[in-house]
Design a protein around this ligand. Structure first.
Ligand SMILES: Nc1nc2c(c(=O)[nH]1)N[C@H]1C(S)=C(S)[C@@H](COP(=O)(O)O)O[C@H]1N2
Ligand SMILES: [Mo]
Length: 418
């Protein structure tokens, strides 16, 4: 077990008067009294662990064998593109030199392409830099994001991420398709998966090395080998010099420090692919156990449709009756987000929020003016896409032992003062 963070001591809560005097960055956010105030007291802050990270990030796990660091909603909602300094970090294992948002140190690097092809190929970041580049604005989200919500029905294992194991970023690089064309890679007909390996070793001796398999057809349609993040050379902590990036897929599949791609007929039986980062196909009773196999569970490939409320903040006190609710919604990019729907009566009636359109893999930002009487209110939010995918009102129906792929309708409770 990785060391868990010490119990949180909350910083003194900001009073409403102080917040108003300071003036929140977003005028729409009349909400104050955030439920949680940034990093745990006592342990090292994110800027001490990773050069260039924001000190206000929430450190779930400071272990140098695998950081788990979350972006509090209060920070996440400030930007359309999440700045690299604020982006969450989730490592199962990590190279020693990677604890910085600066680029990876210069030095020899190769990506080998092996497995089911006539003979192995190799390509370097320098060669990739000479090739045509594409850029995707996209959600990067850990499949454990929202895990804390499952624990309300029955405890789950893993870091208690709230909504901040995600960000909306820009990755730029070379498509896998063009790399295969340039190197004349012709996978055997029986090759159905690409297994991606990072260059780093497990943090603990004997532990399984991190790797993941993705469907070959999707990789050829979507994936890039990324060289840049948010317009800069790819930050070392986020996988620099090169990362396999498949827009619309969960974060765990976005393999950092990419060193090898294996063409294979089956998903790898590696622990991280076969026993972790999967969800049972059939609904479970909360609290029950599950023996993961390749054919009774699904790997965390395409993201499920989801929306999150950024304002009002949960448990906020909101001044006056006119409140602008806002947030984001996204899916796996296969179909368009058709609507973001809001309810103030626990799902009996819904109204549509206004959507600001962005690229297929990016957050679609939404907002809605609400006129509300004094008193306590609960706002529920769900997204619907053109394929008819939506979010369950009670996300706990997807309960699973490791608390993965939460996508329940989001919900905040707040108080309107006169
Ligand atoms: N090589 C490597 N790639 C990795 C990981 C890792 O431990 N090693 N962790 C994965 C997981 S579980 C997630 S959620 C994302 C997190 O990406 P970030 O740290 O850049 O935000 O990276 C993924 N890629
Ligand atoms: Mo993850």
């Amino acid at each position: 077990m990785p060391p868990r963070r010490p119990p949180i001591e909350f910083a003194a809560a900001i009073t409403r008067r102080e917040a108003l005097r300071g003036g929140f960055a977003l005028a729409a956010l009349a909400a104050v009294r955030p439920r949680r105030l940034f990093a745990a007291a006592g342990g090292p802050t994110a800027d001490k662990l990773i050069v260039g990270k924001d000190a206000r990030l929430l450190v779930h796990n400071p272990s140098t064998t695998g950081f788990e660091i979350e972006t509090p909603l209060e920070l996440l909602r400030e930007d359309r593109i999440t700045p690299t300094a604020k982006l969450f970090v989730r490592n199962n294992q990590q190279p020693k030199w990677s604890a910085t948002i600066e680029p990876a140190p210069a030095g020899p690097w190769n990506i080998d392409i092996t497995g089911m092809l006539e003979y192995p190929r190799t390509i370097s970041p320098a060669e990739l830099r000479q090739m045509p580049q594409v850029e995707h604005e996209m959600v990067l989200q850990c499949s454990g994001n929202g895990r804390a919500m499952f624990s309300k029905s029955s405890p789950v294992k893993g870091a208690p991420w709230e909504h901040g194991a995600m960000g909306n970023v820009r990755f730029k690089g070379v498509t896998l398709k063009s790399i295969f064309e340039k190197l004349d890679v012709r996978p055997d007909a029986a090759a159905k998966f690409v297994t991606a390996e990072g260059a780093e070793s497990p943090g603990k001796p004997g532990a399984a090395d991190f790797e993941h398999s993705l469907p070959l057809n999707e990789v050829l349609a979507r994936s890039i080998v990324a060289l840049e993040l948010n317009g800069e050379p790819l930050a070392a902590v986020h996988g620099g010099p090169v990362r396999l990036v498949t827009p619309g897929y969960y974060g765990t599949m976005q393999v950092k420090w990419l060193s090898r791609l294996r063409l294979e007929a089956q998903e790898t039986v590696n622990h991280h692919q076969a026993k972790r980062y999967r969800t049972p196909r059939e609904p479970m009773t909360p609290g029950a156990e599950f023996d993961y196999g390749l054919d009774n569970s699904d790997p965390h490939w395409r993201m499920r449709i989801k929306s999150v409320i950024f304002a009002p903040a949960n448990e906020a006190a909101v001044r006056g009756g006119a409140v602008t609710a806002s947030g984001v919604a996204w899916n796996d990019g296969t179909s368009r987000i058709d609507a973001v729907e809001l309810s103030l009566d626990e799902g009996r009636t819904w109204r549509r929020a206004e959507l600001e359109r962005s690229g297929p893999y990016a957050w679609q930002r939404w907002q809605a003016p609400l006129k509300l009487p004094r008193g306590k209110h609960t706002l529920v939010c769900r997204a619907v896409d053109t394929l008819g995918n939506t979010q369950p009102l009670d996300g706990a129906i997807d309960w699973n032992p490791a608390g993965y792929v939460w996508h329940g309708a989001d919900r905040v409770t707040f108080e309107v003062d006169a």
